[in-house]
Write a protein that binds this ligand. Structure first.
Ligand SMILES: [Mg+2]
Length: 229
């Protein structure tokens, strides 16, 4: 049994709506993609502000901590246009990602709706989903533009996705690598799953399930029987 697996599989028989974060959740942090993205954010902040690189990195991290998303701080304090910001990431090489057949099969067996709920933008999300071989599996992508640029973990972001997709929290599960993004989901009554190498060490009471790797967790989970059409 891999670390974080639950004997007999997690009981998710009450779930009919499956929300997935994108970055570092549908693919692992260890892929190195986030490590490719972060310097581009620093480049952007450095060019925008004229700060030294260490100060630009510090500002990037401060906005991330204070706003849940560096972009939100850049919009609020510097009037940055989100399309201009996002365009800087649309040519990030994705050769560090490979089609994930196990995840594709594990997602495909889930009964009900599958949605992506991400602080990233639509173009990055589409590129990553295609690189992972997961295209066609999701009913919709609720990206940062869909959220009116209110990032997770703000309650506004959650209120907007609940409203946009008429989510019933009691039958919704949310999968995330960022522990603090699960708190508002649990407050709403969603079932929360922390994903990633750090997950087994989490002791936060709002984290209901933990797994190092998404695919085997989903494979072993007990879910509703699919209803025949
Ligand atoms: Mg993430």
């Amino acid at each position: 049994m891999s670390l974080g697996r639950e004997p007999g599989g997690a009981d998710l028989r009450h779930i009919d709506t499956w929300l997935f974060d994108l970055d570092n959740t549908l693919y692992p942090l260890e892929s190195g993609l986030s490590a490719r993205m972060s310097p581009r954010i620093t480049d952007f902040v450095e060019t925008l502000t004229g700060l030294s690189r260490p100060d630009a990195l510090a500002l990037q991290k401060r906005y991330l901590a204070e706003h849940g998303l560096t972009l939100r701080g850049l919009m609020d304090h510097h009037g940055v246009d989100p399309d201009t910001y996002h365009a800087t990431f649309h040519d990030v090489p994705l050769d560090c990602l490979t089609p994930d057949e196990a995840l594709r099969a594990a997602l495909a067996r889930l009964p009900g709706r599958r949605l992506i709920f991400t602080n990233s933008d639509a173009v990055h999300t589409r590129r990553v989903v295609e690189a992972l071989g997961l295209a066609g599996l999701f009913d919709d992508v609720f990206h940062i533009g869909s959220a009116g640029f209110a990032p997770k973990p703000s309650p506004t972001a959650f209120a907007r996705i609940v409203d946009a997709h008429a989510l019933r929290p009691s039958s919704t599960a949310f999968f995330e690598d960022a522990e603090h993004n699960l708190a508002p989901a649990a407050d709403l009554g969603m079932t929360t799953v922390l994903v990633g190498a750090h997950a087994p060490a989490s002791v936060a009471p709002f984290v209901h399930h933990r797994t190092t790797t998404l695919a085997p967790f989903l494979e072993s989970a007990r879910v509703q029987e699919a209803v025949s059409p």
